[in-house]
Design a protein around this ligand. Structure first.
Ligand SMILES: *[C@@H]1O[C@H](CO)[C@@H](O)[C@H](O)[C@H]1NC(C)=O
Ligand SMILES: *[C@@H]1O[C@H](CO)[C@@H](O)[C@H](O)[C@H]1NC(C)=O
Length: 300
């Protein structure tokens, strides 16, 4: 899924920073809390929406993609696109039962070499000022992820605007898994800069680090983000923090006993959270990347 170069990056990152042992746990009592069964089940429709983004656009625009579509049977699609290689699949529509516009992005398919190459293209760049007007130039994102988001940004924006209008929607939820989670997070930053009067939420699964510390801080102060990491998935620990990458807050970690816990702060180093649990990729498990997230395994 990730090229040799990004795996090397991950290893270096893990050995130099992520493995930094025994950080003194400051006694600020914002604890790691377990999610209830009811709280976990609220994510399930969105997990299916993220999984559905792996389906062909011709089947998402007609909402006839099989089990993934059936899991959110009342969904009303607006538009879809992408080719699954140079542009990840995406779709936009309205969920009456969740009462929100949904924007979903496909993740990285291991067989898609172009997407893989994109993942390896790791350097931090300032956000494009025409797409992200008013965001400080100190806020930087992974160039490959930013390029991917830029490819679909304006098509997504107009689909979201028309969906809001058609359904008098008051909420927009952006979802994705893997590379799709990275694009979703950038859409989560982008869309509110162009649309007002609705609330926004972003839910990512197996989210890699997308930007620098200023980016993570921007996300913390402007977005409602949950990013769910499954067990020993290595994707959330790349690119390494030593390269200047940081995760925003909002981690939910699925532990080995299948308990979901909410991890406070950015890159929480507790062993109950990803950074502590997966100090380097050798202690990770690539097969955890696709899930299952509760009952949902990503893919069409
Ligand atoms: C910024 O985005 C706009 C709109 O997508 C594009 O036309 C322009 O080339 C981009 N600028 C850079 C420097 O990438
Ligand atoms: C990680 O979570 C613990 C709660 O157990 C909290 O005390 C700590 O501040 C968090 N660490 C970071 C870096 O936010």
């Amino acid at each position: 899924m990730f090229s040799k170069r990004s795996l090397l990056t991950a290893v270096l990152g893990a050995l130099t920073v992520d493995a930094a042992p025994a950080l003194v746990e400051v006694s600020r009592r914002q604890s790691i809390t377990a999610l209830s069964t009811a709280q976990i089940s609220t994510f399930r429709p969105f997990s299916y929406f993220a999984s559905t983004a792996y389906c062909q656009p011709s089947t998402t625009v007609t909402w006839s993609c099989g089990a993934n579509c059936a899991a959110n049977a009342d969904f009303i699609p607006t538009a879809s696109g992408g080719d699954g290689s140079s542009v990840q699949f995406w779709y936009v529509g309205f969920s009456p039962s969740q009462n929100t516009v949904i924007v979903a992005h496909q993740g990285t398919d291991t067989s898609k070499i172009e997407a893989d190459a994109t993942d390896a293209d790791a350097f931090l760049e300032t956000l494009n000022t025409s797409l992200f007007p008013g965001v400080s130039s100190s806020v930087k994102a992974h160039s490959g992820f930013a390029n991917e988001q830029a490819k679909t940004a304006t098509a997504i924006l107009s689909a979201v605007q028309s969906t809001i209008k058609t359904h008098s929607a008051t909420a927009v939820t952006v979802v994705g898994h893997s590379l799709g989670a990275a694009i979703a997070l950038l859409d989560g930053v982008y869309l509110p800069l162009h649309i007002s009067g609705v609330s926004f939420k972003t839910i990512g699964y197996g989210l890699p680090r997308v930007g620098n510390q200023a980016f993570a801080d921007y996300v913390d102060s402007h977005l409602d983000l949950s990013h769910i990491n499954n067990k020993e998935d290595i994707v959330p620990i790349v690119p390494g923090r030593f390269l200047g990458y940081a995760h925003p807050s909002g981690e939910v970690h699925i532990m080995d006993n299948n308990q979901w816990v909410s991890c406070p702060g950015q890159d929480n180093t507790s062993t109950e959270c990803t950074v502590g649990d997966v100090p380097n990729i050798f202690e990770g498990d690539t097969s955890d990347h696709d899930g299952p997230y509760d009952t949902v395994t990503m893919g069409c």
